[in-house]
Design a protein around this ligand. Structure first.
Ligand SMILES: Nc1ncnc2c1ncn2[C@@H]1O[C@H](COP(=O)(O)OP(=O)(O)O)[C@@H](O)[C@H]1O
Ligand SMILES: [Mg+2]
Length: 391
């Protein structure tokens, strides 16, 4: 039986979301396939790695008993020996428990996980892993690079500028002058690398802009400022696959404009402010209530679907991702907003509606991981030279 390691938690603002994604949407369905031995590896906020069966139980985390568990447990280590092994002290003095890893499922959101760092480690170990490569993941985590890459590939994005934290701190008035010279209010000010709406503000004048820049630089060393898309409809499209990506259903989150950038709206109680009745096709998803499929004119639906697929390919995604778009309802113009290499809960609620069960979803993702790994293995990375013989 192959062993899959599911790595979750991590040093990120989305630590807690990752625990739920890993346990409910990945570990449980992987175990239900009965095809794999599943090992849970939890990366604590300190950065230490823990490997234990008990980490598969959400109650350990929801009850707060995790602190006590971590206090007593000894961290695991990773052995790189032409592959990857998990190692930890066993209960018996001097003995170690060792498990060879065949496949890895990175289940972290945000920094030090979804941003490519974990993928780099897995590449070094040479094992197949689920989801985007280092480069796709790190592009996706940078709102500036992502939008630059999109616009150089004729993917529409709302007009934006960006500044470093040091530029903003050195001469905020100059930066504000440059922003107001290039863009029209209302503006969105965002830390370039965070998700979950942390540190984001909508501003309508220079005073608010100044405050928003201060807030954003508190979280990040790079800030993006962009024009508002008016008459907004938001759309999101989960996609999976490698060279021939498959879209799920286009989904329209149904939150009201005033709570659009609020962490609680997205994650608490399936959207604490989510509007309960969004019509026949609305359902409570990973991010509150949403309409699946989005009720749109078919022309707009297919344009959005095609744009999502184009973004996926342009960013070099593989395995799975979710593309978020902003639509001006009046003009019908669709703008690419962001891409998430690890959608919360894998967006299983949407895949389910597209006819893919939670078990099928994780099975497919494992196959995509293996497929990409063997394609990469087939590439020649060694090249003989006489270089050393001269020394
Ligand atoms: N340019 C924009 N115009 C209109 N609304 C926006 C714009 N940018 C962001 N928003 C709103 O703010 C929310 C959060 O912004 P987003 O870029 O998605 O950041 P995050 O990475 O935190 O999800 C979006 O879902 C949308 O509701
Ligand atoms: Mg977003």
């Amino acid at each position: 039986m192959e062993t899959i390691i599911v790595i979750f938690g991590g040093r990120s603002a989305e630590h807690d979301v990752s625990i739920v994604t890993a346990i409910s949407s990945i570990i449980k369905p992987l175990e239900l396939t009965k095809k794999y031995r599943v090992e849970a590896v939890y990366v604590a906020k300190s950065g230490a790695w823990y490997w234990d069966e008990k980490l598969k139980d959400i109650n350990l985390f929801s009850s707060g008993n995790i602190a006590d568990f971590l206090h007593k447990a000894s961290p695991a280590s990773i052995q790189f020996d032409g592959g990857m092994k998990l190692v930890k002290a066993s209960g018996i003095a001097g003995r170690k428990q060792i498990r060879k890893i065949d496949i890895a499922f990175p289940a972290m959101h945000g920094t030090y996980g979804e941003d490519g760092s974990l993928m780099g480690l897995l590449d070094m170990a040479g094992i197949p892993y689920i989801g985007c490569s280092v480069s796709a993941a790190s592009i996706a985590m940078d709102k500036v690079i992502c939008k630059q890459l999109a616009s150089s590939n004729d993917i529409p994005v709302t007009p934006f500028v960006h500044f470093s934290k040091s530029d903003i701190e050195r001469d905020p008035l100059k930066v504000i002058g440059k922003i107001t010279g290039a863009l029209k209010f209302p503006l969105f000010v965002k830390p370039a690398h965070l998700g979950s709406s942390i540190g984001i503000s909508k501003v309508v004048n220079e005073k608010e802009l100044k405050n928003a820049l201060e807030v954003a630089t508190h979280y990040d060393d790079k800030v993006i400022i962009e024009e508002e898309v008016p008459n907004l409809i938001e759309l999101t499209l989960p996609i999976m696959g490698n060279d021939s990506p498959i879209p799920a259903l286009l989904e329209r989150p149904l939150t009201s404009p005033e709570d659009f950038f609020d962490f609680d709206t997205k994650y608490l109680q399936g959207g604490k402010k989510g509007k309960g009745s969004g019509g026949k096709s609305s359902s409570k998803g990973a991010q509150g209530y949403s309409q699946i499929p989005a009720e749109l004119p078919s022309e707009l639906y297919s344009r959005a679907e095609n744009l999502g697929l184009k973004v996926y390919k342009t960013m070099g995604c593989s395995g799975i991702s979710r593309v978020d778009m902003l639509v001006n309802q009046k003009t019908g113009q669709i703008y690419f907003n962001e891409i998430n290499p690890l959608p919360g809960g894998l967006y299983a609620h949407n895949w389910n509606k597209s006819g893919v069960s939670n078990i099928e979803l994780v099975e497919k993702l494992v196959l995509f991981a293996k497929e990409r790994h063997s394609t990469r293995q087939a590439l020649n990375t060694s090249f003989s030279t006489n270089y050393l013989q001269q020394f």
